[in-house]
Design a protein around this ligand. Structure first.
Ligand SMILES: [Zn+2]
Length: 770
């Protein structure tokens, strides 16, 4: 334990606030070998990859809020951390280490995590969720780091709505009366599968069912701050010096080490500091969250936080707040109560922390897209617009300068945080960084004006004959540097639909259409989402789609998918406070889908003018479906979902115009393809031939191939015509999908001929970067 206090202790921002002001920052606190993740916004994993933050050994996850912006990357993160993703990718048997995860967060977290059990289920998994609502005990980690969660309750009188105040006061009082801060009430959700342990510990007094109702109220009632403390280093007693000062061996040595002064037999007073190496105080890092001013009174009254106001060991107070809060005098006054000598405030707010705003979020993928757009085809490849869609960066310096005159130096000890900033608590400098060198002084950010732009190739089709397909994610399992996970946008003149929606689908739309364009599409143009099966890489992004729509009070979204999806949506969306998103769920029917030609889903009954969907059971996991989409113009598009070569799909898609087929593995890996029930490149191509389609588009490539599977362009280049005088064998043209690639009727032939050019760009890409 003695080594713990000298362990490296610091915090790094994996992501700042994303450009649209949504998505909370995500932080990793490191102490020795220990790594703690705070907030898991959508895209968090991909951000870790981009910013080279190691994800291994993250056994503790803390959420500051039960809010879509803080939590929607959790499902994908659990998939990766539990090792399930690598098992799927590498075809290995279960990794023999136990997956043991501790989570802390506001009420609703248990319900949300449990809704994801289909993602991380493993016999060895042990997940403990602590819902923090009342004072609770700190979590003590083996490295000596302790984490104290501090729950803040909304003060109703400061929120916008005055209704229900009485009723809420009553329940609050009831809660306080029953508060029991010694023993956590344990509760265990009934689990539908036998897959290890899932436990929810709650400091709340009410049964979980009531809390669910609580969580669905209009505003969030509870958010969580965290105090991370590394242990104090005790002073080292120097017996030789004590003897020299005249202190005899014996109980007086003990008194000195406990910090008491002693009297020598000669009557001389000896103080501990005279014969001790100086002690180091405990070091603290405070993560403060305050989403709106209604939580300021709770901050002011918090007894737990009060004890750190003057503590000498507080090095950083990190504020995850909103701009409104930073403009509130009460908040600035509260910040001034921290007077520790070395203390610095680091601010993250929706417009303050976009300081990295002049560059796209995923730099490598943005560069490769720019190359494809400029050098291969501007009609098929879209540019990444994430750099062009930044909000104006607020300059909050005046707020703090005004304050500087009246209050000792708050502005000079306050910095703006951003993605990749590093705050080192101990030791003062590390790995060539000085403690706070990556922090920016307030007001140093350039103001960026939002150019409203969008990629023309993905514009909404204007006639019934026209339609477009944009590939938003073309990789499998987990998002990677160049490929996000599955999602395809189908646009027709009567509206849009998504075929699968892996994590980060909304963000990919923002890269394609700009922030405003993406919001418009999701909130008004999107009519339907089709989910092929329940693997995480195909549906976790749907939650953010629903969250975006809830913000705009959009009409009910039609969602078509396997039965289990309905259950997942109900449980997970109900875990957040605020108005529940509106959607209408249509479950695919196994019994009907198993026979040819498939099960017709009458989306048209709900959405006049929508394409007709006919699902067909395919061979992948339980309840996996392909779909035949009949457009208003009569053309048919088939999407395989994930499947090994499937006769039923080939039958259902006979005569279709275009097939989108998964091609997870290269041809040599056919054994793996069978084991994982996926297809190889050649198998996908031959299904298209069997159907007699005009075009086959390959997607869903294994992440084992950083760019594309080897030989993909050889196996997809047009085969010599096999037309003979009597018999016409149609050979479909083949294209290889990449992220943000768009196909329209007029560009299909062009797209199928791009292989060699794309290959050239991909091959030289990393080299040209250096
Ligand atoms: Zn799958």
């Amino acid at each position: 334990m003695a080594a713990a206090s000298t362990a490296d202790f610091g915090v790094e921002a994996v992501s700042g606030v994303l450009a649209d002001g949504h998505n909370a920052p995500s932080l990793v606190v490191t102490h020795g070998q220990e790594r703690v993740l705070i907030n898991v916004p959508e895209g968090c994993q991909r951000m870790c990859g981009e910013n080279k933050v190691r994800m291994a050994k993250m056994d503790h996850i803390l959420l500051t809020r039960m809010h879509a912006d803080c939590a929607l990357g959790l499902g994908g993160m659990l998939l990766t951390l539990s090792g399930v993703a690598s098992m799927r990718l590498e075809n290995t048997a279960a990794v023999d280490t136990t997956f043991d995860m501790n989570m802390y967060g506001p009420p609703g977290l248990g319900r949300f995590v449990h809704a994801h059990h289909h993602v991380y289920k493993r016999k060895q998994s042990r997940i403990t969720v602590h819902e923090v609502e009342n004072p609770s005990r700190p979590l003590e980690l083996p490295s000596g780091l302790s984490i104290l969660p501090v729950a803040l309750h909304r003060e109703e009188s400061r929120s916008k709505s005055e209704s229900d105040v009485d009723a809420e006061d009553e329940t609050r009082d009831a809660k306080r009366r029953k508060t029991n801060d010694k023993d956590d009430d344990d509760d265990t959700y009934a689990t539908p599968y036998n897959f290890g342990q899932f436990r929810v510990c709650s400091t709340a007094s009410k049964p979980l069912d009531n809390k669910v109702v609580d969580a669905q109220r209009e505003f969030e009632q509870v958010c969580c701050c965290y105090v991370m403390s590394a242990p104090a280093k005790r002073g080292k007693f120097l017996p030789a010096i004590a003897l020299k000062l005249g202190v005899p061996k014996g109980p007086d040595f003990g008194r000195l080490t406990r910090g008491e002064a002693v009297k020598t037999p000669e009557g001389k007073l000896v103080h501990p500091h005279e014969c001790m190496v100086e002690a180091e105080p405990a070091q603290h890092l405070l993560i403060i969250t305050c989403p709106d001013p209604a939580f300021i009174p709770a901050l002011e009254q918090s007894q737990e936080l009060k004890s750190f106001y003057e503590a000498p060991g507080v090095r950083f107070v990190i504020h995850l707040v909103s701009d409104v809060v930073l403009r509130d005098d009460a908040y600035l006054a509260w910040m001034q109560r921290f007077t520790g000598p070395a203390l610095e405030h680091v601010l993250f707010s929706e417009t303050l922390s976009v300081s990295a705003a002049d560059r796209p979020i995923f730099l490598s993928s943005a560069r490769i897209q720019a190359e494809l757009n400029a050098k291969v085809s501007s009609t098929c490849f879209a540019e990444d617009l994430s750099a062009a869609s930044n909000v104006v960066v607020a300059d909050l310096a005046p707020v703090f300068e005004k304050d500087e005159a009246t209050s000792g130096g708050l502005a000079s000890r306050t910095k703006a945080g951003s993605a990749r900033c590093l705050c080192i608590v101990h030791p003062e400098s590390r790995r060539g960084y000085h403690a706070a060198s990556s922090l920016l002084p307030l007001g140093s950010q350039a103001s960026l004006v939002t150019p409203s732009s969008s990629n023309p190739q993905a514009a909404r089709p204007e006639s019934e004959q026209d339609w477009s397909l944009t590939f938003l994610g073309t990789g499998s399992a987990i998002p990677s540097k160049y490929r996000n996970v599955s999602s395809i946008l189908l646009r027709t003149h009567s509206g849009s639909m998504l075929l699968d929606a892996g994590e980060g689908t909304c963000a990919q739309l923002a890269r394609l259409l700009g922030q405003e364009g993406a919001r418009d599409l999701v909130q008004t143009d999107l009519k339907c989402v089709y989910i092929s099966h329940m693997h995480a890489d195909h549906h976790l992004g749907l939650l953010n789609v629903l969250a975006w729509r809830a913000r705009a009070n959009s009409s009910a979204l039609v969602i078509v998918g396997p039965k289990a999806l309905g259950d997942f949506l109900e449980k997970s969306t109900g875990a957040f406070p605020g108005s529940s998103p509106q959607y209408r769920f249509i479950a695919l029917d196994r019994t009907q889908g198993s026979s040819l030609p498939g099960h017709l889903v009458e989306v048209g009954d709900v959405l006049p003018g929508a394409p007709r969907l006919s699902s067909v059971l395919v061979q992948h996991c339980y309840d996996a479906y392909g779909v035949v989409i009949t457009l208003a113009c009569g053309k048919k598009i088939v999407y395989s979902g994930d499947t090994e070569p499937c006769e039923r799909l080939a039958g259902a898609g006979t005569g279709a115009h275009l097939l989108i087929h998964e091609a997870t593995f290269e041809d040599e890996k056919v054994d793996q393809a069978r084991a994982k029930r996926h297809s190889t490149l050649s198998e996908a191509v031959s299904i298209g031939k069997k159907m007699g389609v005009d075009y086959t588009i390959l997607t869903h490539f294994s992440q084992r191939y950083p760019k594309v599977p080897p030989q993909i362009f050889e196996s997809t280049s047009p085969a010599p015509s096999t037309k003979s005088s009597d018999e016409v064998v149609k050979v479909p043209m083949v294209a290889v999908a990449s992220d943000l690639m768009t196909l329209r009727p007029a560009t299909l032939d062009h797209a199928c001929g791009l292989g060699p050019k794309v290959e050239e760009i991909l091959e030289t890409f990393d080299k040209t970067l250096a």
